[in-house]
Design a protein around this ligand. Structure first.
Ligand code: ZN
Length: 169
């Protein structure tokens, strides 16, 4: 089932999510809802808090739904290694219409449970590393805005405040 995506400012997006204790049918249903919501929105990643569930589950799919084998499900992810740096424009489904250049590690290693509850270690670089770091940040209550220099963050939050006052956020 497709779910509404929370926007910047909702308290759930700014708090650390709880670890998943067991892969129950409810968690599997949550993953299905996230997959559908992400693909309808044509996103390449989605974290459970973005649809109102403060749990450590996130998805990454660089094909945006075109290739089912590209879907990565990360449960209780832990980034154990980061290396290098990249700077690219980035967006977020919780910050529609807003993009900014965000520093990210070039390469990382993440350990996470997959959908079957098996522990996996994934090494990623480039765009995939960026997308994984973005989603893992969500699970720690961090949005890409929080990674910007204060002057840029301020400009964007001011824009959001204006949209909110106009009832458009
Ligand atoms: Zn995001």
């Amino acid at each position: 089932m497709r779910r509404p995506i929370l926007r910047y400012g909702d308290p759930l997006l700014h708090q650390k999510a709880a670890p998943v204790a067991a892969i129950t049918p409810a968690i599997d249903g949550l993953i299905e809802d996230m997959r559908e919501t992400m693909h309808v929105a044509a996103g390449v990643g989605l974290a459970a808090p973005q649809i109102g569930e403060s749990l450590q589950v996130c998805l990454v799919d660089l094909s945006a739904g075109r290739r089912p084998d590209q879907l990565l499900v990360l449960i209780n992810p832990d980034v154990v290694e980061r290396d290098g740096m990249q700077l690219k424009e980035e967006g977020c489904l919780s910050l529609p219409g807003i993009e900014a250049t965000v520093p990210r590690p070039w390469r990382l290693t993440v350990r996470a449970l997959d959908r079957d509850g098996d522990l996996r270690e994934i090494r990623a670089e480039g765009l995939l590393a960026r997308a994984i770091q973005h989603e893992v940040d969500h699970l720690n209550g961090i949005l890409f805005l929080d990674r910007l220099r204060p002057v840029y963050r301020w400009a964007i939050t001011r824009r959001i405040s204006r949209l909110r006052r106009a009832g458009k956020w």
